[in-house]
Design a protein around this ligand. Structure first.
Ligand SMILES: Cc1cc2nc3c(=O)[nH]c(=O)nc-3n(C[C@H](O)[C@H](O)[C@H](O)COP(=O)(O)OP(=O)(O)OC[C@H]3O[C@@H](n4cnc5c(N)ncnc54)[C@H](O)[C@@H]3O)c2cc1C
Length: 332
């Protein structure tokens, strides 16, 4: 088997992100023992957390300059780890930080890179990977002769690795002269203003029905807002939307916590959650195609002939979503 280097960076607390631990399990399952390379302000705690992974060596690039995501220092750190370990295959999680820095580092190392990998296995001993093309419509299995071959793996491919102990980290020195970008802080919305939560158990989708005239002839935007935010607050579900609902943003009075980032579907996102609940949504194919990674699907619609009724949902409630969700929130 090839010589493999698994690379991970720490999070703000000095731990390894879940995506890194899942990637480690997947890498071990396919490639056996590997060398580990860690990047962070201080990598000892991260190394200890995976001490029992059977690595041939744990290399570390550490120091304040490597605490935050920054292309120049991350690419330099990856390059140094690859030069030290001289691997044929480099495997890392597809985090935002590595999505930014790994392609450049692969180029510097004279290698090739494939990103968004959703499967990794061996066919006749040969390493093969899987990824989607054309917005999750075509799945390709591919392999490459070029080495080193860099692979960025999506989350959720394997269980997170667990096996803590006491690790010995071999320090790899990387010069940090010539750094022109200073990380002064992080600006992020409040956590309760952030409605897209990839780690959530449940995806809650709101459709255009929330903005339509209801049986009494009234449009009830304030009620809709209260019900949807109430549900999100109580369950910490992730908020998705149909295209029709987010497109109404251009028309004035809308749900102000909703943006095109929430759109699920063919021209939106394809999130991964264990369960999904669609409300006031018709369940048309260009929308439901974005549900392909939702395991258990339920929908609430007034229309008994909607798309959800045509085999798109496991359970469909023909009911008024305002009424049902009010009751659900009360019960929660
Ligand atoms: C090329 C292309 C790409 C597209 N990409 C996407 C995409 O990425 N994502 C996407 O979502 N769409 C996409 N669409 C649009 C898609 O085809 C649908 O038009 C859209 O999903 C409809 O949104 P909706 O179900 O919210 O609205 P509507 O079709 O207007 O349905 C609203 C539903 O709400 C129900 N309703 C109303 N009041 C209530 C109530 N009180 N309780 C319960 N139910 C109620 C109604 O019965 C109705 O079924 C795309 C279309 C095209 C052509």
């Amino acid at each position: 088997m090839e010589k493999v280097l698994f690379i991970a960076h720490t999070d703000a607390d000095g731990n390894l992100p879940k995506a890194a631990l899942e990637t480690l399990t997947a890498a071990k399952a396919t490639c056996g023992d590997l060398t580990v390379g860690l990047i962070g302000a201080d990598v000892q705690a991260a190394a200890d957390s995976i001490a029992e992974c059977g690595a041939e060596a744990i290399l570390g690039v550490s120091g304040d300059a490597f605490g935050a995501s920054r292309y120049s220092t991350d690419a330099a750190a990856i390059e140094a780890l690859v030069k030290q370990a001289a691997p044929e295959v480099v495997i890392a999680p597809n985090t935002a930080r590595f999505a930014r820095s790994m392609p450049g580092a692969a180029f510097r190392c004279g290698g090739k890179i494939d990103t968004h990998i959703t499967g990794m296995f061996r066919e006749g001993g040969k390493l093969e990977v899987q990824r989607w093309y054309y917005r999750q419509r075509m799945s390709a299995t591919l392999s490459r002769e070029a080495r080193p071959w860099f692979l960025l793996l999506e989350g959720g491919l394997a269980e997170a690795f667990s096996g803590a102990g006491s690790a010995i980290v071999q320090t790899v020195d990387v010069a940090v002269d010539n750094v022109r970008t200073e990380v002064v802080g992080v600006q992020a919305p409040d956590s309760d203003a952030q409605t897209i939560r990839p780690e959530a158990e449940v995806l809650f989708v709101a459709g255009a029905g929330w903005m339509k005239k209801q049986a009494d002839g009234e449009v009830k935007i304030k009620d809709a807002e209260e019900i949807i935010l109430g549900f999100l607050d109580k369950t910490q579900a992730s908020l998705g939307s149909t295209k029709s609902l987010v497109d109404q943003e251009a028309e004035g009075d809308v749900l102000n916590f909703m943006s095109h980032m929430n759109q699920v579907g063919q021209t939106g996102s394809t999130p991964r959650h264990n369960k999904g609940l669609a409300t006031c949504c018709h369940g048309e194919e260009p929308h439901t195609v974005g549900w392909r990674f939702i395991n258990e699907r339920r929908a609430i619609s007034l229309d008994a002939n909607c798309g959800w009724a045509q085999g798109k949902a496991d359970v469909l409630y023909i009911a008024d979503a305002f009424e049902v969700m009010k009751k659900v929130n009360e019960l929660l």
